[in-house]
Design a binder for this molecule. Structure first.
Ligand code: SF4
Ligand code: FES
Length: 369
């Protein structure tokens, strides 16, 4: 395929990445219906080995990566996690463990900390234990998460609580905020579901109503004031209910890449949902080549790839045309304007889809398996 010309007429991309997401495994004891893993999960036998990951961290450090997000699936399902954390520390990379928490023990946390772990991000599904366990389809999971949060703080590691919100838990948002504060979280990330992959399969159970979103916007703003200086609240108005889309990933292949359990390198964690693009493997190419030259990374960099209405829009350098995965999921073409933008010719269809989904009474989940 022809390479999209890069801003400034460069032949290859010279700017270094800032952060990487290492999806160590797709194995997970939870089965959340909005999981960002692909519908087709990688098998354990295909996972990168300890040696391969350690080599990748060294390549990443040479390329300029500063932050590593250890994720999955559930990264603590990997028995070599201590070695991987130590390898990141040896390369001088800041490491954040993104975990569902249900496999954690005080001993494991102490070992991760001793190996050099810098931060823990713990997901919760709700403040209500019964609903939380139903969303994750894991009996007793909520209680284990609360225990894990306490162990993380006792170990002296900073804690972020991540709550993915949707129609089935948004009415508990105030309780979720208070729960995060009671767990001594430094930061609470309130993340509305993004509708591609598993979440798109579950859109009728998950899409919030306009009234829920309006209330959530207000509660999040109030909480930011109430908890200022104690707990940072990260909240973004969901783009289905905004007029313009978000600047997804801070731009395609701009600062960030993700590595799948079997070693594919993606410009965003959901990029495998884009069926027209193929991604390179670290089993065949170097990380440096992929970052600088891979056609999949070049495809949506900058703004030259844009068609109308983005091409001549005053916001094109601000939101970069929104999310490529959402454009593909909702309009069938990743090169189109994100249909959540009110200027997209597909926008009305998306508004109608959201309204129809939010009005469905059925809450049966198709669990990620
Ligand atoms: Fe952003 Fe494109 Fe919409 Fe303009 S037309 S606001 S650049 S998504
Ligand atoms: Fe893939 Fe937005 S999630 S570009």
């Amino acid at each position: 395929m022809t390479k999209t010309p890069l801003p400034g007429g460069q032949d290859s991309w010279q700017k270094p990445p800032v952060a990487m997401l290492a999806e160590l495994t797709h194995r997970c004891p939870l089965q959340c219906p909005y999981c960002s893993n692909p519908r087709e999960l990688s098998r354990r036998s295909d996972e990168l080995s300890t040696k391969e990951w350690i080599d990748i961290f060294a390549q990443a450090a040479r390329l300029g990566v500063l932050q590593l997000h250890l994720s999955g699936g559930e990264p603590t399902a990997r028995k070599d996690l201590v070695d991987l954390i130590a390898a990141a520390r040896e390369q001088g990379i800041y490491s954040n463990l993104i975990t569902a928490g249900v496999l954690l023990t005080p001993d494991k946390i102490a070992a991760y900390k001793a190996a050099g772990l810098d931060h823990v991000q713990l997901s919760i599904q709700d403040s209500d234990p019964q609903n939380a366990n139903r969303i994750g389809n894991h009996k007793g999971g909520h209680g284990k998460k609360l225990a894990a949060a306490a162990w993380v703080c006792e170990a002296g590691l900073p804690l972020t609580v991540n709550a993915v919100v949707h129609r089935q838990n948004l009415d508990h948002l105030q309780d979720i905020i208070e729960l995060a504060a009671s767990l001594n979280a430094h930061r609470l990330e309130i993340a509305h579901v993004q509708y591609y992959g598993w979440a798109l399969q579950n859109i009728e159970a998950l899409m919030p109503t306009a009234a829920q979103v309006e209330k959530a916007n207000r509660l999040a703003a109030e909480a930011a004031d109430v908890y200022r200086g104690r707990m940072v609240i990260d909240y973004v108005v969901p783009d289905y209910f905004a007029r313009r889309p978000k600047r997804c990933m801070d731009g395609w292949g701009n600062q960030f890449f993700a590595i799948t359990p079997r070693g594919l390198v993606l410009p965003c964690h959901a990029a495998e949902t884009l069926t027209g693009l193929s991604f390179s493997s670290l089993r065949e190419k170097s990380l440096e080549w992929i970052w600088r030259e891979d056609p999949a990374f070049q495809r949506f960099r900058g703004t030259d790839w844009m068609a109308e209405p983005c091409r001549s829009c005053e916001f094109r350098d601000i939101d970069l045309g929104g999310c490529r995965c959402q454009a593909f999921a909702l309009a069938g073409d990743a090169a189109l304007t994100d249909p959540v933008c009110h200027l997209s010719p597909h926008h009305e269809k998306v508004v109608a889809l959201a309204e129809a989904a939010a009005s469905v009474q059925d809450v049966t989940y198709l669990y990620r398996r």
